[in-house]
Design a protein. Structure first.
Length: 489
């Protein structure tokens, strides 16, 4: 398919080239193209280098989760519910329906051999090794793109992931990889992935197919060239940077839609040479409670992450978070607290989108979508392109054992008031009363104040205030957390 970027009359030619011979024109013509009915592709904003917009210039703020395969067989703790049966591709129909109802607008998918990969062990059903693609998986991804689009959900497509090249944790993935020489591929040693020219050629050809088949999809958020690149065996950052640059150059030549290009490292500190590449559009690390993070407090972890990568002047995202990564989580209560607090901590910091939670079967099986619904309803009225929001300095006097974080512009702000225990516990936090929120720095004028339940559908209280100095808000009793929005009247 082809999606012209401008309305009007477009000329087309159909050319055939066989085995590197000259191109032969088979047909030609013109087609009339009407104006697009959607907002277009996801872009980096021309107005703010660290934010996203659509082609029509409207602000875009991704809120979603990982859905890297239909069912994740790993459980961070023994789930107290039965994970719904694996319905293959159609499992995504349920996910997208529930995500759309919650206002979510992005999902991250992996093109691994066990999910939507095109090349895999030739002894596996529908796979043919290197160079011949799994058209059954291609159809499955067609369906997933269609369903996601019906619910307003973009897909972040991870082209490959380091887990295909590992033997860690008892994995046989490398033994079954189509790139393994034992399966007819070009690679004897997975530690040479970013070094071997033959591997790069495999991916150039694969990207040409991906662009031709799915490049016209406006709900393709970006090509993510690597998942957890720094965890490849014997990772060489300089070699990885050269490989990424070659792929960036290739995409610039073949992708007429100029999709965003992402990559990803498990530890953002090990991706500096990747983030420095002009053709990589984002900085994207993880937010698990493991090194380099040393505390369960997402606000503190995110502040450190943002400070360390600020010099790249790019959008910053949290690609995965939730508990302690492969070390799991001690309980469902802990993981629910991590889910909720990670969403709100990322919202009140200058990320380009909300943090993407990893444990999607936990969210779906325990029906935790209300955590997203509250966030998306609150965030819907916040346009970070219309106002210059920066990290705020809200204060609690008295604090009643609570903390505050937020973002603020000259004449508006939004804030998250939270119990410091919310990063590790959800059900058994006490109610804390008597706190007063003090907001300095707002321009003089009349303001509307909204207090939000963080899992609700709208403000639970509204009031007005005239500001000429500090704005002081007497808070109701808070159990777990509360969101506050201040906008001019």
């Amino acid at each position: 398919d082809y999606r012209p970027r401008l309305p009007g009359r477009h000329a087309w030619r159909l050319l055939l080239r066989e085995r590197g011979g000259p191109a032969v024109e088979l047909a030609a013509g013109e087609v009339a193209v009407s104006a697009a009915a959607d907002r277009g592709f996801l872009r980096r904003s021309a107005r703010a280098a660290t934010l996203f917009a659509r082609d029509d210039g409207s602000f875009a703020y991704p809120i979603g989760q990982n859905l890297v395969q239909a069912v994740d067989r790993q459980q961070p703790f023994p789930y107290p519910f039965t994970v719904p049966p694996d319905q293959g591709t159609y499992t995504y129909d349920r996910y997208f329906t529930r995500m759309g109802d919650a206002g979510m607008n992005i999902a991250r998918l992996w093109m691994t051999p066990w999910s939507f990969g095109l090349e895999g062990n030739p002894s596996w059903r529908d796979f043919h090794g290197i160079g011949r693609y799994n058209l059954a998986n291609a159809w499955r991804l067609d369906h997933v793109f269609d369903e996601a689009g019906r619910h307003g959900i973009d897909l972040l497509l991870t082209i490959h992931h380091q887990s295909e090249f590992t033997m860690d944790f008892g994995s046989r993935a490398w033994l079954d990889s189509a790139l393994n020489r034992a399966q007819g591929g070009p690679l004897r040693d997975p530690g040479r992935f970013f070094h071997e020219p033959a591997v790069l050629e495999v991916y150039r050809k694969r990207m040409r197919y991906l662009v031709a088949r799915w490049g016209d999809r406006t709900n393709l958020a970006a090509w993510e060239l690597s998942g957890e690149a720094n965890l490849f065996p014997r990772y060489d950052e300089a070699a990885a940077a050269r490989w990424h640059q070659a792929m960036i150059d290739h995409l610039a030549a073949i992708d007429p839609y100029r999709h965003l290009v992402f990559t990803h490292t498990h530890n953002w500190q090990l991706g500096n040479e990747l983030w420095a590449l002009p053709g990589i559009d984002v900085v994207q690390g993880n937010g698990y409670i493991r090194p380099p993070n040393r505390t369960p407090d997402h606000v503190r972890n995110f502040d450190r992450y943002l400070a360390e990568v600020a010099g790249f002047a790019k959008p910053v995202l949290v690609a995965e978070y939730g508990g302690r990564s492969e070390q799991g989580a001690p309980s469902g209560d802990y993981l629910e607290a991590q889910l909720h607090s990670g969403l709100w901590a990322s919202l009140v910091r200058p990320f380009a989108g909300a943090a993407l939670h990893w444990w999607w079967n936990f969210v779906d099986g325990a029906d935790l979508y209300p955590h997203y619904r509250g966030l998306t309803r609150f965030a819907a009225g916040i346009d970070r392109l219309a106002r210059d929001y920066r990290v705020a300095d809200p204060r609690l006097r008295p604090d009643a054992g609570l903390r505050a974080a937020g973002m603020q512009a000259a004449d508006a702000g939004f804030y998250w008031i939270h119990d410091p225990g919310i990063f590790e516990a959800w059900k058994d936090l006490p109610e804390r009363a008597g706190a007063r929120l003090v907001i300095p720095g707002l321009a003089p004028g009349r303001y509307r104040i909204e207090l939000w339940d963080t899992r609700g559908d709208g403000p639970r209280e509204r009031s007005e205030a005239i500001v000429d100095g500090e704005l002081v808000i007497d808070l109701p009793p808070v159990r777990r957390d509360l969101a506050v929005k201040v906008v001019p009247e």
